[in-house]
Write a protein that binds this ligand. Sequence first.
Ligand SMILES: [Zn+2]
Length: 218
Amino acid sequence: MQRDLLDALRCPGTHEESWLVAMVLEASGSTLRVAELACPVCGAEFWIDDGVAYFTSPTPLAPHTPAVPAEPYTSDMVLRLAALLGVAESQLPVALVGRYAAASGVLASFVSAPQLLINSAPAIHTAGASRIIVADRLPLGVESLAAIAVDAAHASPAFLDSASRALRVGGRLVAPADAPLPAGMRELARDDSEWVAETTMRASGLIELRRRAPESVL
Ligand SMILES: [Zn+2]
């Protein structure tokens, strides 16, 4: 995982957004190889092991790596994906979730942005890309991503909401056609397989709505 990404990481726990405290045990240039991450709010601990950040397993010895097969992506398919993501170059990362990570290598030749591969197949290695393994939501702060593509295996309402929050204003989310559109996003286009939508408001507004939710229940 690239050191720059540390700033974007947040505890995935259901409390107010919190940075993680990192203790780096092994690094190679800008790449973190082994580190411990801890949440100062809830005490949850996460790990970076062999360069991969894990936000799932309670133990670093047996990390759960989802079995997501790598599919061959043709240049045409990747060009289409690049157009949907709507990013040519960016300082913020572009995130590829699940099967979309298979486009990583070819996409790097079209899109000049750091890549964040989420729950990708272990066989996918793209120079400079960060890999993280997550559960049902993204451990990322607001407005930390330029764009994100979420595959069918991950397109739950909770995951898509966390993806929407992590996008910068105007950032695009690509998701399966049958996935629910998160609140605060405007659909730009769709076909039989996918839709693409952009964020229309600052994510802090969504946090406010979320905090009000328990009161409306009472
Ligand atoms: Zn926490």
